[in-house]
Design a protein around this ligand. Sequence first.
Ligand code: AMP
Ligand code: MG
Length: 391
Amino acid sequence: MVPVEKALQLVGNRIKPTQETITISMSDSLGFVLGKDILSPINMPPFRQSAMDGYALGSTEEKTFSLIGEVQAGDDKDPELKKGEAIRIFTGAPVPSEAKLVIMQEKVDISENKVILHESVKPNANIRPAGEQIKEGEIALTKGKTITAAGIGYLATLGITHIEVYKKPSIAIIATGNELVPPGQKLKHGQIYESNSVMLSSALKTSGFADISFYKVEDEYQATRSIIEKAIQQYDVVLISGGISVGDYDFVGKVLRDLQVDEIFYKVKQKPGKPLYFAQKDNTTIFALPGNPASSLSCFYIYVLPALQKISGLQEYHLTRTTSISNSEYSKKGERAEFLKASLKNDKVTILDGQASSMLRSFALANALVYLPEEVSKVNPGDRLQVINLP
Ligand code: AMP
Ligand code: MG
């Protein structure tokens, strides 16, 4: 059995970012990590652009200008503009080559085709020079950057349609257990609904992992072995739910050992989630998660999600940890470190009722986990606690 911090460290050390890149369209790229620097294919803005609705002026000394024409956004024209002449112009329109500045329409009076100024003007005012934001050939975003909505917008302004990103892992979820039936069917005595696969796949989707396949297997050695063996060959990551405890019908541990995976740890000194198993074989990462739903999801957030994020090239691959003041009193029963479903509000944290590993109700209400390290045995209101924000 390894302590929590050691288990986290082992996951962090063993998981390596992928080197494999793929080219995807901008609209699918949210949350991916850039596998290559992106150079701007154009100047942005592409031309001298008006930043205001107003008048482009042909000189700076006069106070009265003759209005000789108009340029609208999208116009493809470059009218001549002499000293003492002005052209009506709008935000985003190309500024005539000879214009010295653009003056805001609010700052002038118009009378009989004359533009009349009341104050002195500054050369280049209200003009966005071509390439002001970025010039053609300059680096727009660097390799390693995670693509956000703003990033997608920014690259779209440069006309980019496809980018090279690190491939996200393909993931298999294998649910074990004779007692499990899909929601929607009527339960027979002794049966329960299978909830871990939909829960885990939803947690995966929340964090941008979409390549997910599902398997269900009975508690039987050979069937378990053949599914796990195939999954290890086919997927980058295999998540197994249940069957990893010490019961007579828990075959996952035996199968993994017989398949000669590289076992990195089995059992973590934590509650919930003690039977967590972490292994690798060839290029596949394997997590066997305890079947109890709350244990499964805790282990997912604490170990699996950071591992997946690191594989995908993310630099920040841990859930945000903060500290917060406890509203609650709580006594630990054993020695193990605990992860407690909690509600975090206005920097105060409340430990929720119903912490048993079989219960998801408190998890469904939680937005955070409180981490109580091994050495903490009692929590009092006012204590400062370590808190992990849930995505
Ligand atoms: P196990 O880890 O297989 O011993 O399962 C521990 C507990 O979790 C048992 O009560 C199982 O019925 C329950 N369980 C296991 N897998 C699932 C699942 N996929 N969905 C819901 N409950 C499960
Ligand atoms: Mg089971």
